[in-house]
Design a protein around this ligand. Structure first.
Ligand SMILES: [Zn+2]
Length: 335
């Protein structure tokens, strides 16, 4: 019989959970009660001309003043970032597009509120985690999520090891600035990307590109096309269908390439406000394009639409995804 005294270990501290979604337009904060507060983000998008350093200070102060004592904060950040160290590589909408200086956001938050445990994730990683939580099935090996919104990016989760593999800088799937695969006229393929490049995926297929693509295709009143497009598609307008096919094509080519390179990809989700907003016409055009038989490699065209899901608005929730990541549902792993 042991004579060693039995001491009771103190149980793990119960931390209140807070989820945060930091975008260029809105800063959303959801506390444990499930209530979500939405504030204008302290960003150059909302406050053009303001000093980015002052905006960053305001963000840190706002969060530090909001979260309860000893909370665990899971934060989705609209910026390319190193998730291991909580360092943002810069975000045009948040702090301007100048020379990219890394922002050690987690260290800044931890210095201001050391009682809080801060977990920061890229917003596409958070959306991927939410998509996996909702739609992945036990037999799925790899799940890909593509956001088609103000920008375009992709993340892949390896569910056999519950990981999101990233490179030494913490990046993965920044496909928005690859050259767009497009059969559109030169005027479309030479459109300028917000990054300064030419003919990138984002320059053709992201939301802000729509009026520019419409103009390059010679459509009338391209500046009004965003509001008019759903109605024009319903009425069967051929120019509208050509426009839709043009903006979907680079995304369909990404889907085709992912499937060609990795047969373990069992599910691909397409989300983001732009694609979700166009809804069923976008989905139908995407499926039509990925189902095209072009070579011996396309042996099962009827299958092309399966394992491909266009999300409906609200189905993917970066706040829920960030919380899932902070609980260890998936681990971001440097390769
Ligand atoms: Zn670009």
């Amino acid at each position: 019989m042991s004579t060693r005294a039995v001491t009771e270990e103190p149980g793990p501290r119960v931390r209140a959970e807070v989820a945060v979604d930091l975008g260029g337009t809105w800063l959303r904060i959801r506390t444990g009660s499930g209530r979500t507060v939405r504030l204008p983000a302290p960003s150059v998008l909302n406050r053009p001309g303001e000093d980015p350093a002052a905006l960053l200070d305001l963000l840190v102060e706002t969060l530090a003043d909001t979260v309860p004592a000893d909370a665990r904060v899971a934060m989705s950040c609209g910026a390319a970032m190193d998730e291991e160290h909580g360092v943002l590589h810069g975000s045009g909408p948040l702090w301007g597009g100048g020379p990219e200086r890394p922002v050690p956001l987690r260290a800044l938050l931890a210095a201001r509120r050391p009682d809080v445990s801060w977990h920061l994730y890229n917003d596409v990683t958070a959306a991927l985690a939410s998509f996996v939580e909702r739609f992945a099935e036990p037999h799925h090996r790899r799940v890909v999520y593509v956001t088609v919104s103000s920008g375009i990016a992709l993340r892949t989760a390896d569910l056999t090891e519950r990981s999101v593999p990233v490179d030494a800088h913490g990046l993965q799937g920044e496909v928005g600035h690859l050259p767009a695969v497009s059969t559109a006229p030169d005027a479309v393929r030479s459109l300028t990307c917000p990054c300064g490049g030419t003919g990138h995926v984002a320059a053709v297929a992201a939301g802000p590109a729509l009026p520019h693509v419409a103009a390059a295709l010679g459509m009338e009143r391209p500046e009004a096309v965003r509001n008019a497009l759903p109605g024009l598609l319903r009425s069967g307008d051929p120019a509208a269908h050509r426009l839709l096919a043009t903006v979907v094509e680079p995304v369909a080519e990404i889907v085709r390439t992912v499937r060609c390179l990795d047969p373990r990809t069992d599910l691909i989700g397409i989300g983001g406000g732009y694609a979700e907003g166009l809804g069923e016409p976008y989905r139908a055009e995407l499926v039509r394009q990925v189902s095209e038989v072009r070579s011996y490699a396309d042996r099962d065209p009827g299958r092309a639409g399966r394992g491909l899901r266009l999300c409906r608005p609200g189905e993917v929730d970066p706040l829920a995804g960030a919380l899932a990541l902070s609980r260890g549902a998936l681990t971001v792993t440097k390769i």
